[in-house]
Design a protein around this ligand. Structure first.
Ligand code: UD1
Ligand code: UDP
Length: 384
């Protein structure tokens, strides 16, 4: 039987992890129907931001590396578009899969739409309604040139309807007759699948004397938090206050973007406090299985990451979101997450609120753990 050739574009850490769900589904259920070719733009390239996930999550090695690396938005995106276009013309896939909202997503969407290859957007429809975020621009532009749009949440699906996407339209689907789906979250699939593996394979807590102790897990990498010194100082001040007053450890696997700016953007006195703190532990980015171990055992999670705030929910942990708004508004609506911005008072108040250990509600919002399977079935049915 003739296999459908799909081309997957990944580049940043969360996309590599998301792609694991689709690759696993292809391997387990659709190997006779789908042939997946993978391009890695290398937007992320440090071993602990990229290779570790291929080793650990059994994602097939990319067929192509673009070695684009870091740069300004224009330079980085342009270089990706050039590389992707060349491969699309050579490989002639039936469709292109892009994930989320990074510059690699946008580059894939621009390159594929211009050479008339249908785009499958996984994690479509999410909106922060804040166009100063590069991600908001990337996701809106990508959605509007896509053919099959898979939204992980009902809110995302409704956002697409509000932007004029049709509902219940009939095939054949195309860039001019796109089809939108509400299908659950491939990251929920992954969290369920890798949770057991994490328990078997990781010893991070044991190795770091964290077993049976309370700790907070925190991550910070959003550009407005890292690049605006005032915000970064407020965030670390709040964490220092919570850690010292409550004698609780805060484990921070720090994104390289933030690591590089810490000394430059924190006031010297705070920087020195953080570096010598008995409670605040800044560590290098960890693997996904280690991250799951940390998330499952943390008392509370503080983050500005899209992925990590959802994983807090998946593992039934309260979450303080270090942003003014979130694309995952359901988390806030059901009370398990609080938007605290980079506001010291709000962050401390949110911590105190969750410390009272009121029972939190974690309804089923992200599907049944089979979103990847559904997506593959729809691709096979609708892309000819
Ligand atoms: C990107 C995405 C963001 C996503 C995040 C996931 C865009 C516009 N942003 O942000 O949506 O949440 O990835 O982590 O695409 N760096 C390294 N080593 C690496 C990668 C990056 O040192 O392997 C440093 C470089 O100094 C680089 C900086 O991090 O300039 C930012 O990297 P970049 O990929 O441009 O953006 P992220 O902040 O990672
Ligand atoms: N993650 C990881 N190791 C870390 C930090 C994050 O494996 O040290 C995982 C995390 O579990 C989630 C994804 O990376 O699945 C989120 O990526 P990130 O926060 O970089 O980006 P975002 O989701 O905000 O786009």
């Amino acid at each position: 039987m003739h296999k459908l050739k799909i081309l997957t574009i990944i580049g940043a850490r969360p996309q590599i992890i998301k792609a694991a769900a689709i690759s696993r589904s292809i391997k387990n259920k659709f190997a006779d129907k789908i042939n997946e070719v993978i391009i890695h733009t290398n937007q992320h390239y440090d071993d602990n931001m990229s290779q570790v996930f291929f080793d650990e999550l059994e994602i097939p090695n990319p067929n192509y590396h673009l070695n684009v690396g870091s740069g300004t938005h224009g330079k980085q995106t342009a270089s990706m578009i050039e590389g992707i276009e060349e491969i699309l013309l050579k490989e002639k896939p039936k469709c292109v899969i892009v994930y989320g909202d990074t510059n690699s997503t946008l580059a894939g969407a621009i390159a594929a739409s211009k050479v008339h290859i249908p785009i499958i957007h996984i994690e479509a429809g999410l909106r922060s309604f804040n166009k100063s975020m590069p991600e908001e621009i990337n996701r809106i532009m990508c959605d509007h040139v896509s053919t099959l749009l898979f939204s992980p949440t009902k809110t995302g699906y409704n956002n697409l309807l509000k932007e004029g996407f049709p509902e219940n339209n009939i095939p054949p689907y195309s860039i001019d007759n796109p089809r939108i789906f509400h299908c659950g979250d491939v990251m929920y699939d992954n969290s369920l699948f890798f949770s057991t593996l994490s328990e078997k394979k990781t010893t991070f807590l044991k190795d770091n004397n964290l077993e049976n102790s309370d700790f907070i897990l925190a991550t910070i990498h959003r550009n407005n938090n890292t690049d605006e010194p005032l915000r970064l100082n407020k965030l670390f001040n709040a964490m220092n206050t919570i850690a010292t007053e409550n004698k609780i450890k805060i484990i921070i696997p720090l994104h390289p973007r933030t690591s590089k700016l810490l000394a430059q953007n924190l006031f010297p006195e705070l920087y020195s406090k953080i570096k010598t703190s008995e409670y605040i532990k800044i560590i290098a980015p960890v693997s996904f299985l280690e991250m799951i171990e940390l998330e499952k055992n943390a008392t509370l999670i503080m983050t500005d990451s899209g992925g990590v705030q959802k994983e807090a929910f998946f593992f039934h942990k309260p979450c303080i979101i270090l942003r003014t708004e979130t694309e995952w508004s359901e988390l806030v609506a059901c009370g398990s997450a609080i938007l605290a911005d980079a506001d010291e008072n709000k962050i401390v108040e949110a911590f105190n609120h969750f410390s009272q250990k009121n029972k939190l509600d974690f309804p089923d919002l992200f599907g049944d753990g089979k979103a990847a399977e559904f997506i593959c079935e729809q691709i096979i049915e609708n892309i000819k």
